[in-house]
Design a binder for this molecule. Structure first.
Ligand code: ATP
Length: 628
C-alpha cells in the first residue's frame, strides 16, 4: 500500500495533482464476422491479442497505422465494447476492477462531435450539467458556476453564445466544436478522459491548440488517454506515455521521450529532422529496416497471430517483449494489481437526476430545437399551407351534382391522406440523424430511454403534426366546400390528425430499427405503398389475390378514407338529372359501415396503430446497440 502511494507521488512530476492510473492485462478482443441474414455463427476476427499495459497520470497516446486496433483498445479500456467480444483480460483503475456496469469517474469524447446544432455552446453545456450533475450536490447556481468554469477552462468565452450550427445554419469552427465536445464531458469532472482521434479533421494549428488544452487538463487531476493519427512533432512532444500498436498488439509502451532510444537500441535509426511519429509508422510498415540481425523466422507471439514472414512485423512485438520497457510495464502492473475482492468493485451505474427532471430537460431542449429549426417548423407549416391551397384549388367548391359530387370528394380525401402519409418520408432522415445524438447521450448516461422517448412524442411528434394540420384542414375544408357543420369539421381534423400520427409512428418505428437513411427509406416506402394499394379504393380487393386481403386491416389509408367518407357523405343528398342520390347509398355500395360505431371504429383503429407503432419504436430504442 505504502509502495504504491510512494510511486504515485513520484509520478506526480510537474502535475498540480495527478489523475488515476489505469492498468490492463491480457486483453483479447474479437468480433464475430456473421454474414448479413445468416443465422449461423460467423468466423471470429481477433482485433486485440493479449495486450497488457499501463496508462499513468498525464497524456497517454495510442499510435499506430490504420486498422492497428487503437480505437478498439481505447473502447475496451473505456468499457464501450460489447463484453461478449472481450475474450480475456481485465481493467483496473487505481487497483479497482472496473466493468461495464460500473460507474467510472471517466468520460469519453467521440471522434465526431455529436452536439445539438440549434443550441449555443453554453446551452449545450447547460444541458449536460442539468442532466449529469445531481440536484442534491449542485443547486442551480452551482451548476451555472460549473458551466462557467468549463467555458473558462476551455477558452470558449468568445463563442459561448454562438449556436453550434446545422446544415442550414453556419455555426462555430471545428476547433470550437471539439472544445465544446470535450466540455460536455468535463462537466462531470471526470478524472479519466478518453478521446478517439481528437485531432482528426482539424487543421494543424487547431489540432495543436486542442492537444495543448488536453495537456493542461492532464496536469490537473486528469489522466488523458487518446488515439491519434500522425501527430506533428509539437504534438508528439506532449505525450507522457506512448503506446505503439500494430495488428492488435503493442510493439512499444513507455515514455514518449524514450521511444526513439528504444528503436535505436533495436537497430532502427531515425534520420535527423524526421518526425518521430512518421518514423515509427515507417518502422511498422517495413519502410525502415533494422541494422541488427533478425531471426530467420519471426516468432509467433500468440496463437492468433499469423506470421507474416515477408515483412517480419511480429519481430517488433518479440523485441518489445524482450526489452527493459516491457519489464518495466510488467513490474508496474504487478505493483498496481490488486486481487479481486468484494470491496474492490466500484458503484453501480445510476442516473444523477430523476426521470421527471430528465423529461423536463430533454423536453425543453426538444422544444427549443423545434422552434429554432426552420426545417421542422417554418417549412412544415409552409408546406401544409401550400398543399391545403393546392387541394382547395384542384377541388374548388365541389358541386352537389353527380358524378363530380362523389368523385371529387373522394379525390380530395385521397389527396389529403397521401399528403399526410407520404409526407413522413422526409421525417425518416431527421429521425435517423437524431438517433445518433440519442445513442451517444444515452450511452454516456445523460438520460433514460423512456425520458427521451416521451419528450420526443409530447414535444416533437404530436405538436409538429397537429398544429400544421389545423391550417391544412381549415384551408382545404372551406375551399372545397365540404359539409357546413361544426362537428363534421372537427371530426375531419381529428381523422387527418390520427392518420398523420399513425403514419409518423410507423416512420419512427422504422427509423428506430434501421441504421442508415437508405435502409429506413426503403423499409418505410414498402408498407406505405402496400397500405395505399390495399386501402380498398384503388384496387377492388375481391378481384385481387385473396391471400393479401388481410392487408386492408392494417391500412392507415383505409381507416382514414373510410372515416372521412362517412363524416362527409352521411346525411348528404346529391343530384343527378332528376334523381336523388344519398350519401349512405354510396357508403353501402362500398361496404362501409356508416353507423356511429362504424365511424368511430376507424378512429380507434388509427389510434391503436399509433400506440402499437410507438410501443415498438420504444422497444427498438431500448435494444439499440449502444456498444461500439
Ligand atoms: N465490428 C467489426 N467488425 C469487423 N472488423 C472490425 C470491427 N471493428 C474493428 N474491426 C477491425 O479491427 C481492426 C482494428 O480496428 P480499429 O478501429 O481499432 O483500428 P484503428 O487503429 O483505430 O484504425 P483507424 O486508425 O483507421 O481508426 C481493423 O482492421 C478493423 O477493420
Amino acid at each position: 500500500m505504502e509502495a504504491s502511494a510512494q510511486s504515485r507521488k513520484e509520478q506526480a512530476g510537474d502535475f498540480e495533482s495527478p489523475g488515476p492510473t489505469l492498468t490492463f492485462s491480457n486483453i483479447s478482443y474479437a468480433v464475430n464476422l456473421k454474414k448479413t441474414f445468416s443465422i449461423k455463427k460467423g468466423e471470429e476476427k481477433w482485433i486485440l491479442q493479449n495486450v497488457s499495459g499501463i496508462m499513468k497520470p498525464g497524456m497517454n497516446a495510442l499510435l499506430g497505422p490504420t486498422g492497428s486496433g487503437k480505437t478498439s483498445l481505447l473502447d475496451v479500456l473505456a468499457h464501450r465494447k460489447n463484453p461478449k467480444g472481450i475474450k480475456s483480460g481485465q481493467v483496473q483503475l487505481n487497483g479497482q476492477f472496473v466493468d461495464s456496469s460500473s460507474h467510472q469517474p471517466s468520460a469519453y469524447v467521440v471522434q465526431d462531435d455529436i452536439l445539438m446544432g440549434t443550441l449555443s455552446v453554453r446551452e449545450n453545456l447547460e444541458f449536460s450539467a442539468n442532466l449529469r450533475l445531481s440536484k442534491k450536490e449542485y443547486n442551480a447556481e452551482e451548476r451555472q458556476k460549473k458551466v462557467n468554469e468549463v467555458i473558462q477552462e476551455l477558452g470558449l468565452q468568445d463563442c459561448a453564445s454562438t449556436k453550434i450550427g446545422t446544415e442550414f445554419l453556419r455555426g462555430i469552427s471545428g476547433g470550437e466544436r471539439k472544445r465544446c465536445s470535450i466540455g460536455m464531458e468535463l462537466i462531470t469532472s471526470p478524472s479519466l478522459l478518453f478521446l478517439d482521434e481528437p485531432t482528426t479533421g482539424l487543421d494543424a494549428n487547431t489540432a495543436n491548440s486542442i492537444m495543448h488544452l488536453l495537456y493542461m487538463l492532464s496536469r490537473n487531476s486528469r489522466t488523458i488517454i487518446f488515439s491519434i493519427h500522425q501527430p506533428r512533432y509539437s504534438i508528439f512532444r506532449l505525450f507522457d506515455s506512448l503506446t505503439l500498436m500494430n495488428k492488435g498488439q503493442i510493439i512499444y509502451q513507455g515514455p514518449g521521450a524514450e521511444a526513439l532510444d528504444y528503436f535505436t537500441e533495436i537497430g532502427f535509426k531515425c534520420e535527423p529532422y524526421n518526425n518521430p511519429s512518421d518514423f515509427f509508422l515507417d518502422v511498422i510498415n517495413g519502410a525502415v529496416t533494422s541494422s541488427l540481425e533478425t531471426p530467420n523466422s519471426a516468432p509467433a507471439i500468440t496463437t492468433y497471430v499469423t506470421v507474416d514472414s515477408s515483412s517480419d512485423k511480429n519481430h517488433l512485438v518479440h523485441r518489445y517483449e524482450q526489452s527493459r520497457y516491457y519489464d518495466k510495464v510488467k513490474k508496474e502492473l504487478k505493483q498496481f494489481y490488486k486481487p479481486r475482492n468484494s470491496m474492490s468493485k466500484v458503484k453501480t451505474k445510476s442516473y444523477p437526476t430523476s426521470f421527471w427532471n430528465q423529461l423536463y430537460i430533454v423536453g425543453g431542449r426538444t422544444m427549443k430545437n423545434f422552434l429554432r429549426n426552420p426545417q421542422t417548423s417554418v417549412v412544415q407549416v409552409f408546406m401544409m399551407i401550400f398543399f391545403g391551397i393546392l387541394n382547395g384549388l384542384i377541388f374548388f367548391q365541389i358541386p352537389n351534382t353527380m358524378p363530380e359530387a362523389l368523385q371529387n370528394r373522394i379525390g380530395a380525401f385521397f389527396f389529403l391522406i397521401i399528403n399526410q402519409v407520404f409526407g413522413n418520408l422526409s421525417a425518416v432522415e431527421l429521425f435517423i440523424k437524431e438517433k445518433v445524438l440519442f445513442i451517444h447521450e444515452n450511452s454516456s448516461g445523460y438520460y433514460r430511454t423512456s425520458a427521451y422517448f416521451l419528450s420526443k412524442i409530447l414535444i416533437d411528434l404530436i405538436p409538429n403534426r397537429i398544429i400544421p394540420i389545423f391550417g391544412l384542414a381549415a384551408i382545404s375544408y372551406f375551399m372545397i366546400g365540404l359539409k357546413e357543420d361544426v362537428t363534421s369539421f372537427f371530426l375531419f381534423i381529428l381523422t387527418i390528425s390520427l392518420t398523420s400520427l399513425a403514419a409518423v409512428s410507423l416512420a419512427f418505428f422504422v427509423s428506430a430499427s434501421a441504421n442508415t437513411f437508405a435502409a429506413a427509406n426503403a423499409l418505410i416506402a414498402i408498407p406505405y405503398v402496400l397500405m395505399m394499394v390495399f386501402g380498398g379504393f384503388l384496387v377492388n380487393l375481391n378481384g385481387m389475390l385473396n391471400w393479401l386481403s388481410w392487408l386492408k386491416w392494417i391500412s392507415i389509408f383505409r381507416y382514414g378514407l373510410d372515416a372521412l367518407a362517412i363524416n362527409e357523405l352521411k346525411g348528404q343528398i346529391f343530384y343527378s338529372n332528376l334523381t336523388l342520390f344519398y350519401g349512405e347509398a354510396y357508403l353501402d355500395q362500398q361496404g362501409i359501415n356508416h353507423s356511429t360505431w362504424g365511424f368511430w371504429q376507424n378512429e380507434v383503429a388509427l389510434f391503436c396503430m399509433t400506440i402499437v407503432f410507438m410501443f415498438l419504436a420504444f422497444v427498438q430504442l431500448l435494444t439499440v446497440n449502444k456498444w461500439k
